[in-house]
Design a protein around this ligand. Sequence first.
Ligand code: NAD
Length: 357
Amino acid sequence: MNYNITVLDGDGIGPEICAGAIKVLNAVGQKFGHKFNFTHKLIGGCAIDACGAPLPEDTVKTCLESDSVLLGAVGGYKWDNLPVDLRPEKGLLGIRKAMGLYSNIRPAKLWASLAEASPLKGRLVENGVEIIIVRELTGGIYFGERGRGGDGATEYAWDTEKYSVGEIERITRIACELALKRNKKVVSVDKANVLESSRLWRRTVHAYAEKHYPEVTVEDMLVDNAAMQIVKNPAALDVLLTSNIFGDILSDEAAQITGSIGMLASSSLGDGTRGLYEPIHGSAPDIAGKDIANPIATILAAAMMLRDSFKLLDECAAIENAVDSVLQEGWRTADIYEEGKNKVTGSRMACLIAERI
Ligand code: NAD
């Protein structure tokens, strides 16, 4: 099969880590008989420099015409002082909106061979951990009405957490679809003991899942308890379904227990199969150009693309197994290095993974 992938390298380490993912995808193509066609387009700071805007129209058009999109990262010191509308991050928000992506899936996976890198004690993480947070991305308090009034001691400000049944149902569908491929269980996170929006969230999640996914079990967990369970017993958690703000906070907490931000991938999906796949980290300008950035997050993002956009399950597993092998053999980039292991550059790490496909 032929697949057209738009690559948005972005800024900082973006081009280095995307090159690593492309190397691995080409190895997959060769082994399984697929052809991946890559079209590189500009986003973020490099687009501002070249065209005066963080998201050129030509980039949007190419993304919408392709089968899926791989993104490195955007941003850097050079563009930090530009007006808000011209900042590199605007490109990211813009492309998510243009592609109609309302769900963000962030697997926080701790590989058993990296258990030492986790801040949690051995017995909690010795068999590895994988928590998948399915976060609603375009609604809730980040997009609700807000305002300010008054002055002096009576000055006030407010934000609104508002969700519609439709918004909750479509993110529930994404979580249930994912659960079907795993242990058929979704833990839905809310604050239904206090918030009206959470009470609608809870009722809607259950009604929708019972009607459309009767084989999936849905359990509720209050967000404060979820924050505790992530550090108390992470191995017991699998798919967590959350609103925008709860997912934002919990996914960073979950990421921390895995040891390095350089290992974590994410996907953003909408109604179709076309998605945006990226590492969760930023453009790391402090290490850009030194060939020390860990490419594994981006390589795992490419694996998610194969599974979730192209339904290439064996090919996805081939990448994950190759990453596992390389880690078990003791190869490490600087961010996950520990005494006694073999330190390699980012590009060498990508080669090692590609060789094991
Ligand atoms: P960052 O994620 O870029 O870096 C945080 C720390 O992690 C740095 O010390 C960096 O060197 C390290 N790091 C990140 N990725 C790594 C990798 N693959 N391998 C090894 N080490 C890695 O976050 P930041 O420093 O807060 O932000 C830098 C820039 O990235 C800013 O302009 C910010 O706005 C942008 N940013 C972009 C995205 C995105 O494109 N999705 C996300 C977050 C931040």
